[in-house]
Design a protein around this ligand. Sequence first.
Ligand SMILES: C[C@@H](CC(=O)O)C(=O)C(=O)O
Ligand SMILES: [Zn+2]
Length: 354
Amino acid sequence: MSYGKRRRTGYDPASIQEYTFPIENIPRLSARDPEVYRLIQASRPVVISDSGLINSALKWNLGYLQENLGDGSFHVYGSKDNRFKYYDEKRAKQCKSFPKPVKRYEVSFNDFLKMLMEKKNTRERIYLQQMLNESVGQEIVKDYVDFNWDWVGRIQNEQGWGPLSSNLLLIGLEGNITPVHYDEQENFFSQISGYKRCLLFSPDQFENLYPHPVAHPCDRQSQVDFSKPDFERFPKFRNARAMEAIVGPGDVLYIPMYWWHQVESLKSLSPIDHKLRDFSTTTSSGSSGDIPPVTVSVNFWYRAAPLPATVKFPISAQQRVSVMRNIEKLLASALGSADEVGKLLSTMVDGRYN
Ligand SMILES: C[C@@H](CC(=O)O)C(=O)C(=O)O
Ligand SMILES: [Zn+2]
């Protein structure tokens, strides 16, 4: 069920999965429209269609990246299905029984290209997710310097955000899904090639989305699988309501801190010519032919603005999430183990606060 017409052409509408919750559109505005800055000020999502933020990267096809990304190593995730649920490596080491939802590889870009070829014929799907760092080649540095830093820097200053913490380069197969989660940073999510469907949920829907406990390796990730929701365990998921943006090349989606988001790579109608130089298309497993179609994005994560000197009541939904996180952390350390937190909270609440 979706309210209003979905914006954007260029992708195959059949690659849009239907879910159980209502969906309304995220506004899509020009950077010249003052409403953009009112929405950002109000920590509301908005798609900015002509910011020029990453125009210098619109030429980042796989051939260009192969040529210029340098010989560093890249984090590539492998999933037995199309979901790439993030988990914290360190926490996972402490939870012996935790089934890792994805495999993590550290490979060269050429090996990533080979994996793209090989995985085409196997069940495992892959997703490159790498922070841009100083190992990139000169051309990429030049493109990076040519991002529209004036525009994004002005917003960073006006909003009092902290420093840019990182830019994550994302190269994934069409059909890949990053399941719904929230981040504790402000994000200008920028689409370079292909199309992505972004489903966002406001922070006040915390109770509808049932995140894992803070101490869990999948902290900040929802336990609900949209494709097969377990309404027995997660009854309030019935109340979830989403906002949606389908972003294409040049679009920038502002994802406010603590806003839940699920990101799905759609099927592009016009396959991209990746101009891959002498890349042997017959790999060890003998699979040959073209590289499967991918989407390319880069995000801009900014540290949050410092807390206001005086707290205004009632506190915001974002502040409530932050308070709940701090209580979980405090209780886990006070009790010496995160396993006791649920029981203690029930003791505190049952029959007393409910
Ligand atoms: C990784 C990304 C989603 C995607 O592009 O798959 C995301 O969650 C973010 O930029 O915060
Ligand atoms: Zn995210």
